[in-house]
Design a protein around this ligand. Sequence first.
Ligand SMILES: O=C[C@H](O)COP(=O)(O)O
Length: 258
Amino acid sequence: MSKSRKYLIAGNWKMNKNASEGVELTEDIVSQLGNETSVGVVICPPFTALESVGKAINESNIQLGAQNMNPEASGAYTGEVSAEMLRSLFVTHVILGHSERRALFAEDDAFINKKVLAALANNLKPILCVGETLEEREAEKTIDIVSGQVRKGLEGVTADQAENLVIAYEPVWAIGTGKTATPEMAQEVHKAIRSVLAELVGEEKADKIRILYGGSMKPENADELLAQPDIDGGLIGGAALVARSFVGIVEAAAKQTS
Ligand SMILES: O=C[C@H](O)COP(=O)(O)O
């Protein structure tokens, strides 16, 4: 059964690929994807490869995403990059609040919220990442944790801005571990996220927001995950670094829509 929401497959390269390696991978993805337009595709390379990858996707339907940004417009923030700087490189999406940034760089919900608001104010589509740790899952706190992250991350977002939002549910214990949430486990959380979104921006708008799954997604498990009613795509880490795997996941999404 096809959904009204267009699937979105986003590749998060994390700290992998320099500029020339990024171009090589992108060219491979572009040639394997051909004219696929039924699925939205975003590639999120490191900052240093944004410009060259942006040129390599120029003629294709692929969009460009960044992996982070600072909420301030400019100033003395050594090492940081602003929304406007990303826009100047034709970036359309930005991953915010990834669990690696929360855990390794101490980003909290309030800071992530500032970034979400700054991204939206600058016409960037935030991909807000949420997800529970293994300890939280075992303590049966998953829905509370994830709902809280969505509420705090989206504080101040208006219903009019909702169409530009993307949420990614990434159970921390499934990231880069080869362990995937079962489709049923993921669907339960995605459904809960959609009801929080409905509370925040109304049911009609919430129905249009894409909620991606992330955590060891690959062509072999993509069909089942993407078939779930509230899973609208994937945020792909490891499998996005291999053109065939990444394109395989896009093809799985395309199959769902046909
Ligand atoms: O942003 C992507 C996620 O962290 C998933 O990474 P993974 O596919 O390597 O598990």
